[in-house]
Design a protein around this ligand. Structure first.
Ligand SMILES: Cc1ncc(COP(=O)(O)O)c(C=O)c1O
Length: 254
């Protein structure tokens, strides 16, 4: 992880059409967070070996900022995938990026260059209308700011609960709050980050976490296998208070 030499060694084989990474870090916006300097170094490496770099912002696009996670760290990939937020609640997927690559998707591209891209739901007017309406709400960054504030509130209150009970677990993340259960390798000064850099520890799934997931679900809080809390500007402080109460009650019942 974060080994630029290894990435360069692989790219030098000239076997890769694309280098594909997830915004924030796999999975769901940063369960295993990227080191920003590592990601910033990728475009020049891919360019050197004639491939392209794509940042998957299906989760982080418009969620982290109007410019996605890439804008928050200041990197411009060749291509970006988007989904979720841009559909305004309807199913959607989108690709954007460098004009010379995107032009190949145009039906008017030369037969040698044209990449077929037909689909029943392409450019679906209903989805597009919902998406445009939603995107107008994202302009200005207020909703993102609100989701981040709620994320911080959940993180702080949840971690207080875990520490009070002496549980070796932490909440971390920005607006999607990840639940880590495992050894605390260090206390972070930036508590959007996990208390370990060990990928195996971050990925570990224990029966305890599965039980916690069921306990929380039983109390009305869905956490996708006990892994994360997905926040939006539609949530309120009361929702977070209820979530923290559900967390306390679940831990006490286990
Ligand atoms: C980072 C990321 N990329 C892509 C996808 C796929 O999106 P969809 O299921 O809308 O095709 C997901 C789904 O959760 C995702 O989390």
């Amino acid at each position: 992880m974060h080994d630029l030499n290894l990435v360069e060694e692989e790219l030098a084989k000239k076997e890769y059409a694309i280098l594909f990474i997830e915004g924030g870090g796999a999975h769901m916006g940063g369960q295993i967070p990227w080191d920003a300097d590592f990601v910033r170094a990728l475009p020049s490496l891919t360019q050197k070996y004639g491939t392209v770099v794509l940042i998957d912002e299906v989760v982080t696009g418009f969620r982290d900022s109007t410019g996605g996670w890439q804008a928050t760290i200041g990197v411009t990939p060749d291509l970006t995938t988007l989904g979720k937020c841009i559909g305004g609640g309807l199913g959607v997927g989108a690709l954007g990026g460098r004009a010379d690559i995107m032009d190949m998707l145009k039906p008017k591209a030369s037969p040698q260059q044209c990449v077929g891209h037909s689909g029943t739901w392409n450019g679906n007017p209903l989805t597009a209308a919902a998406g445009i309406t939603a995107c107008k709400l994202y302009i200005g960054g207020e909703v993102q700011k609100r989701a981040n504030q709620l994320g911080a509130y959940l993180r702080e209150r949840g971690n207080q609960v875990l520490k009070e009970r002496g549980i070796s677990a932490r909440l971390y993340g920005r607006n999607i709050i990840h639940f880590y259960l495992g050894p605390i390798d260090y206390e972070t000064s930036d508590n959007t980050l996990p208390p370990t850099r060990d990928v195996h520890k971050l990925m570990a799934r224990t029966p305890t976490q599965e039980r916690l997931c069921l306990h929380l679900l039983h109390r009305g809080v869905a956490t996708m296998e006990g892994r994360l809390f997905v926040l939006s500007a539609a949530h309120t402080e009361e929702d977070i208070d209820q979530t923290v109460k559900a967390l306390c009650d679940s831990l006490d019942a286990m």
